[in-house]
Design a protein around this ligand. Structure first.
Ligand SMILES: *[C@@H]1O[C@H](CO)[C@@H](O)[C@H](O)[C@H]1NC(C)=O
Length: 154
């Protein structure tokens, strides 16, 4: 646990060291434990048939707070998804991030760190408002795998 956290942090550090735009420079938020007083909810919680692989719909771009794309530092997807959610909580003053999405094999958007994008990487994305089922779409074959989304209300 400690080792993989260290590796994850190392990746986050590496990522934030790359040249970046101002909004992306907010990067590498600390992994902060989420207190029991906060309520976590699954945007798919009310839905019987949640796809296992899903990606954010394009319309969520306008409510995106922070996004990181990186090679998965571990094979434990549960742990990496939880760390992404804890980074959502660790962002800023722990009030800005209302929802987070994590998955493997997500298309890196064009312009991320000035790159062309298009390659598949692990994604951790934060949002300024809670997410609903309408914010997601089913992923293409082999993309958005092990997808995880949670809202945080404190
Ligand atoms: C993966 O991580 C979770 C959360 O930290 C932990 O409970 C679980 O034991 C880990 N699984 C493996 C196979 O290491």
């Amino acid at each position: 646990m400690l080792l993989s956290t260290t590796i994850f942090t190392a990746f986050a550090t590496l990522t934030s060291a790359r040249p970046t735009t101002l909004s992306e420079r907010a990067g590498g938020p600390a992994i902060k434990p989420i207190p029991d007083t906060c309520t976590l909810s699954n945007p798919y919680g009310q839905t019987a048939a949640a796809p296992s692989d899903f990606i954010p719909a394009p319309s969520t771009k306008s409510v995106e707070l922070y996004a990181a794309y990186y090679p998965s530092p571990s094979s434990n997807t549960t742990q990496m998804a939880q760390q992404c959610l804890q980074q959502c909580y660790g962002y800023g003053t722990s009030t800005e991030c209302k929802g987070a999405y994590w998955a493997e094999h997500v298309v890196v958007p064009s312009g991320y760190y000035g790159g062309e994008g298009g390659q598949l990487e692990t994604a951790c994305v934060f949002y300024t408002r809670p997410l609903t089922v309408a914010d997601f779409q089913e992923a293409s074959e082999g993309q958005g795998t092990s997808a995880y989304a949670r809202n945080i209300a404190c």
